[in-house]
Design a protein. Structure first.
Length: 196
């Protein structure tokens, strides 16, 4: 994928105004909202929308946060086959605006419910894949206007911020994916950690 293809933000398939979070404002006109077309494992396209400084999928009125990058990346080799990631990884970079460096930032990620995801899974430094869109991590999953909305938080400089720096920028890659519930909590054969 070229840089031009990676940086091309588009609205959800079929949306006349490119409004992936359904707030009646085009995503391209909001610094804190971005959408792109992900390629599924079957070769079809599906829309993914990310909102930073999110409250129930909407940008907070006084937000100065911005999404500076939103792209699809390949699944890492060390990812367990038990985690089914039909749209591979969603990788993003967001500046937190006026929020204090080191603070926790809220995100909402919208995807097609037909992909069968049961969370937004990220790998921590110990190699453990955890579902940030689950109540133990302060997140949740809801149906919102016919789309799946995954709400989660990442602390700037915390264990899910890829640059590990409390610098007002959150960089992360995670999978809108499905882990069969029967194996959640069992040890991962590759990392030695647990799945949550």
């Amino acid at each position: 994928m070229t840089d031009a293809q990676e940086n091309k933000a588009i609205g959800p398939t079929g949306a006349a105004v490119g409004d992936g979070n359904r707030d009646n404002v085009q995503d391209s006109k909001q610094a804190a909202v971005a959408s792109y077309s992900a390629t599924t494992a079957r070769g079809s396209s599906t829309s993914v929308t990310l909102v930073v400084d999110s409250k129930e999928g909407q940008v907070k009125a006084d937000s100065t946060a911005r999404i500076t990058s939103l792209v699809q990346k390949e699944v890492p080799i060390q990812m367990s086959r038990a985690l089914e990631a039909p749209i591979a990884l969603t990788s993003f970079k967001a500046t937190l605006g006026t929020a204090a460096a080191g603070s926790s930032e809220s995100f909402s990620l919208y995807a097609d419910p037909k992909i069968g995801a049961n969370g937004y899974w990220m790998q921590d430094g110990a190699g453990t894949w955890v579902n940030l869109a689950s109540s133990p991590y302060g997140g949740k999953m809801v149906s919102d206007g016919g789309r799946l909305r995954l709400d989660f938080a990442i602390q700037d400089g915390g264990r899910f911020d890829a640059d590990s720096k409390a610098d007002g920028v959150v960089t992360a890659s995670g999978a809108v994916a499905q882990m069969p519930l029967s194996i959640v909590g069992q040890a991962s054969e590759l990392s030695g950690g647990f799945w949550f």
